[in-house]
Ligand binder design. Structure first.
Ligand code: GLN
Length: 510
């Protein structure tokens, strides 16, 4: 195998800064071929040119981004050591607290709230001299699969502006696919990094639960939420992963152990002798033929590269959706109780004569959208006395059975693979009024969140049916995140000759 996976390297670097990989940009900044300011400005210009149509960003932090880029250039001129991604721009999902910068979670209820502190992820990005361009659009409080539940209007898929870019982190994925940023941060509670990655032809990773700090990440469902990298190449995702992962004493669920060397794994890109399991439950009925065709071809490629392919049975994955839609609403009904009109953002009837309960009720009535309300009601119901055992308790038992399915599977194979999503990107408006149809987008991604292990989605081609991107999901055991990159980079490298246009060509709609 190649020691360095191929990537979207444009020989005419300076003329085309937005189409480079993050690593190529970082090397060019380090060598002085371009400045961090030029790279940042090129991406700000791109945002100015296309974001009116893509709507990936809710807030662009132009001045702070350029000021940080200048500091990187000063450091370089002074001969200081620069990090592996120093000077590279990034788009941040609007669910991560950033001091003094609007953080809305795609909700009206947080309008006007300026966090008084930085999340650990933001601190780490800054310390690595990664340039934060701004905050990206998302479904309200990360509930959704299309960004259509954002209170600020949907994002559009750069492959076809009439289609959704996935969700909840559709803004982050669209920004990367539209060349507005080479890197982004997303969060994945049930698939919100991987599903948008699959639908936009980009790479997205949900790291092992507890390996990336949740401090300053606004909670949706605390036992499921995990932030992770979005990029256009597997190697770029690995570099970003290594910046944000690692123990944080501010997060009591943070794992105090060494982070696997994901960069070395991405560079190795070798599946020879690896046992790869095809999850019986995650393909077939309900998956579009075009998605399955590309998936089966990619599996053949893995076999040609020297992996051993076996079918694996995970019988309880069929119940994952039902369990998730009890556990998630239960946790979010509790987490979202803090948005009461007193502490953050919006307050309805401020200064009037209304009593505190009226202010709270009216603020929540006006501040939350329909999907958030639906889940708060579901969760409150599931947790109420008399129903707790019948719903929440049963869901937790299913969760244990799913963990056992994974444990058994990883006794037989090193990684599991599946299509990331059952379909390619669907048209805006198609599922927005049909919650169940929307929920079904995450059928293949949810088991990993319930079990807490890790997964990566990478592009494997375009569906022959509609010419839209298809993603393949690699799943690995807890704290074996390096295996995701080993397999992902090998497959990316092998598919590049055939599918290189996914990474290098202008997304056709722009
Ligand atoms: N689409 C899923 C949901 O609506 C996943 C959300 C997420 O991962 N944040 O819950």
């Amino acid at each position: 195998m190649n020691s360095t996976p191929k990537g979207p390297v444009n020989p005419d670097m300076a003329a085309d800064l937005i189409r480079q990989s993050a690593r190529v940009l970082a090397e060019a900044i380090k060598s002085g071929e371009v400045s961090a300011r030029e790279v940042t400005q090129a991406h700000l210009d791109r945002i100015g040119a296309v974001d009116e149509r893509v709507h990936a960003f809710l807030h662009v932090d132009t001045d702070a981004a350029l000021a940080h880029a200048d500091r990187v250039d000063v450091k370089r001129a002074a001969g200081e050591q620069l990090g592996d991604l120093a000077g590279v721009p990034l788009a941040l999902k609007d669910i991560l607290a950033m001091k003094g910068v609007p953080t809305t979670c795609g909700s009206k209820i947080l309008q006007g709230w300026l966090p008084p502190y930085d999340s650990t992820i933001v601190e780490r990005l800054r310390a690595a001299d990664i340039i934060i361009l701004g905050k990206t659009n998302m479904d309200e409080f990360a509930m959704g699969s299309s960004t259509e539940y954002s209170a600020y209007g949907p994002s559009h898929n750069p492959w076809d502006l009439n289609r959704i870019p996935g969700g909840s982190g559709g803004g982050s994925a669209a920004a990367v696919a539209a060349f507005e940023a080479p890197l982004a941060i997303g969060t994945d509670t049930g698939g919100s990094i991987r599903q948008p990655a699959a639908l936009t032809g980009t790479v997205g990773v949900k790291p092992t639960y507890g390996s990336v700090s949740r401090y300053g990440l606004v909670a949706l469902a605390s036992s499921l939420d995990q932030a992770g990298p979005c990029a256009r190449t597997v190697l770029d995702a690995a570099y970003l992963h290594s910046v944000i992962a690692g123990h944080d004493p501010h997060d009591s669920t943070s794992i105090n152990a060494a982070v696997p060397d994901v960069v070395a794994a991405a560079m190795k890109a070798d599946v020879r002798g690896l046992r790869i399991g095809l999850v019986k439950q995650l393909s077939g009925a309900g998956y579009q033929p075009g998605v399955l065709q590309r998936f089966n071809e990619a599996v053949d490629v893995l076999a040609q590269l020297g992996a051993e392919i076996v079918e694996v049975d995970c019988p309880h994955f069929d119940e994952a959706m039902s369990a998730y839609y009890l556990i998630l609403p239960s946790e979010c009904s509790s987490n979202l109780a803090r948005f009461d009109g007193m502490r953050y953002g919006l307050r309805v009837q401020d200064g009037g004569d209304a009593g505190v309960e009226t202010v709270m009720a009216d603020t929540r009535e006006m501040g939350f959208g329909p999907e958030v309300k639906r889940r708060i009601m579901l969760g409150t119901y599931a947790l109420s006395s008399g129903y707790y055992d019948a719903y929440y308790g049963q869901a937790q038992k299913i969760r244990t059975l799913i963990i056992e399915d994974f444990t058994r599977a990883f006794g037989q194979v090193d990684v599991l693979v599946s299509p990331t999503t059952p379909t390619t990107a669907f048209p805006l408006g198609e599922k927005v009024d049909d919650p169940l149809a929307m929920y079904l987008n995450d059928i293949a991604t949810i088991p990993v969140n319930l079990a807490g292990n890790c997964a990566l989605s990478l592009p494997i081609g375009l569906s022959p049916a509609d010419g839209l991107p298809v993603g393949l999901q690699v799943m690995a055991p807890t704290m074996a995140d390096d295996r995701l990159y080993l397999v992902g980079a090998a497959l990316e490298s092998a598919l590049f000759d055939r599918w290189g246009h996914l990474l290098i060509e202008e997304a056709p709609a722009l």
